[in-house]
Design a protein around this ligand. Sequence first.
Ligand code: SF4
Length: 363
Amino acid sequence: MESSSSALEELTLESVKAEIYSRNNPTLTPVDIELHAEVVFRILELKKKHNAVILGHNYMEPLVFGLSEQGEQGDSLALSMSAAQAESDFIIFNGVRFMAETAKVLNPSKRVLIADKSAGCSLADDFGAEDVRILKEKYPGVPVMIYINSYADAKAECDVCCTSANAEQIAMDMPGDELIFVPDLFFAQNLERVLDGKKKILYPGKQNNAKGAVCEVHEKFSKEDIIAIRESFGISEENPNAMMYVHWECKPEVLQEADYYGSTTQIRNDIARRVEGGNLEKAFIASECELTSNLMEEFPSVEFATACSVRCNHMAKISLNKIKPILEAIDSGADLSQWEVVLSDSTIKKASKPIEKMLSLSS
Ligand code: SF4
């Protein structure tokens, strides 16, 4: 996707507006564009002036997502890598708080800022360091792999991190026949099925009383939803040019109904491959709504079914009107503490080990 900022040589309100129109995102109405162009312009102007990095998760609404350049957009893994390499003094993270924490752990000398610190995540909020310690006591010596959707203090207790794009590979790279996976209960079951006995996956609730968590967004999809959407939109299993995509965080029975399942980036890349080969006409993505909004812009030749009403309320807290004051505060030299992610040196040191291990294993 051509981003708002990369396409602009001379930044003016008119050029910003023209660029947003030229994106042809079907979810952006002229009213949206006219109402928000000025704030987008101001953010991009200050971004450029202060050489700030704005990282944008795929689940951001299109106008927020477009504040980030191509190399600044992506899912958790891609954004972790971008955060680690960022040279700017300021990293504005348009995603949820655990992601901003990961950026801080990977690049501690930079000031990492998030538009709303209360942007949480049901996976990270419902599972903490103490929950990891309970499992480690129950299964002493067994390595612990934690999903990146967790806070730094929980990561600090673990051996390695993973995302949905690399979990299978990293699980196999860890020593021993057993592995503790936390905290996502559906992800754990999906991983267990994919590994097919090659490694024993221990997770919260499996022959133990430990507490786990689920993604409150992806858990909303049921097998019946997938079957109904297939029928309504003609995404039948027999149609080779129609695809039902399902995210790893969905329930196992939902994954089993998919034509393709994977991480956000894997789904995006599969769409790109099929579009390039001329064999994708229709698709549905069982994931967060704004992912589809952004993919509709990137792949206009595909008819995306928009039956989705599943929005992550945490991601939705990050808005243009909350991002602009951060840049204005940078510009005026005002206090940034209401947006700044702060972690202790010891948490950064301990949490960096599992994240660095993941990056080394997945590079
Ligand atoms: S979509 Fe799910 S996993 Fe992602 S931030 Fe929202 S609650 Fe967390």
